[in-house]
Design a binder for this molecule. Structure first.
Ligand code: PEP
Ligand code: MN
Length: 267
């Protein structure tokens, strides 16, 4: 169902703030995790001001260590909903289990499936039943064929609103947190009509490498970006090193705007 042979024209997803796919670029931005009302509302206001079309933020965090910050849970979902009311930005947040899908879908405008859950087939089927767009992250050790098969689990349950997100894979290289597979963008776009996004934050692992990776993704043909930014990244409870300060996020958006224009795409 994801194949261009089945649907020979791009899928375009529409949000109140913009579109993604078919030449339309969207940027989702916000903190890695929802940590407080103040932190999330501040981030929401400035990502909106600088031109983001969607707010991101994890309420349920799939941390590598069970002792690390796990997110605020339902309280985090309420904060995201308040940020949407105030700014008008649609919100995307991660859902960790099939049982959580209904709850998260009540609050969120788009459901994020994390890299660690990219082959959690019952979860993929559950979001396939939901009436919300799904941001599907590529698993860190997944081939592109496997990635598309995960998308098929969602599509085959009737949910055609799927965005594929390249977020870096495991390679022998240790200088970056993950290796952003830029080639995934043109390859996926030659196979599928679904929008393809790039997450430059998790592969970079460090904020000073986020802008170049974001621009590389866009230049390669990405239909959107999902970027981490925090009003006080040094104090972040997760992914502190890679979250952009507001000024860096503003710089990213200015560069994204120029590149999109040069490429003849709308932001
Ligand atoms: C995230 O977006 O904060 C996240 C956990 O991403 P990933 O699933 O790609 O590691
Ligand atoms: Mn993160």
């Amino acid at each position: 169902l994801a194949s261009l042979e089945v649907q020979p024209f791009p899928t375009i997803l529409e949000f109140p703030t913009g579109k993604t796919g078919g030449g339309h670029v969207m940027v989702a931005a916000g903190p890695c995790g929802v940590e407080s009302r103040e932190q999330t509302l501040r981030a929401a206001r400035y990502v909106k001001k600088h031109g983001a079309g969607m707010l991101r933020g994890g309420a349920f965090k799939p941390r590598t260590s069970p002792y690390a910050f796990q997110g605020l849970g339902v309280e985090g979902l309420r904060i995201l909903a308040e940020a949407r009311r105030e700014t008008g930005l649609p919100v995307v947040t991660e859902v960790l289990s099939p049982e959580q899908v209904e709850l998260v879908a009540e609050y969120a405008d788009a459901l994020q499936i994390g890299a660690r859950n990219a082959q959690n087939f019952p979860l993929l089927q559950a979001v396939g039943e939901a009436k919300k767009p799904v941001l599907l992250k590529r698993g860190m050790s997944m081939t592109l064929e496997e990635f598309l098969m995960s998308a098929e689990y969602i599509l085959s349950r009737g949910n055609m609103q799927v965005i594929l997100v390249e977020r870096g894979i495991r390679t022998f290289e240790k200088a970056t947190r993950f290796t952003l597979d830029v080639s995934a963008v043109p390859v996926l776009k030659s196979w599928t009509h679904l929008p393809v996004w790039v997450d430059p934050s998790h592969p970079a692992g460090r904020r000073d490498w986020v802008i170049p990776l974001a621009l590389a993704g866009l230049a390669a043909g990405a239909d959107g970006l999902i970027v981490e930014t925090h009003p006080e990244p040094e104090k972040a409870l997760s992914d502190a090193a890679q979250q952009l300060h507001e000024e860096e996020f503003a710089e990213l958006m200015a560069k994204v705007r120029r590149l999109a224009e040069a490429l003849g795409r709308t932001l």
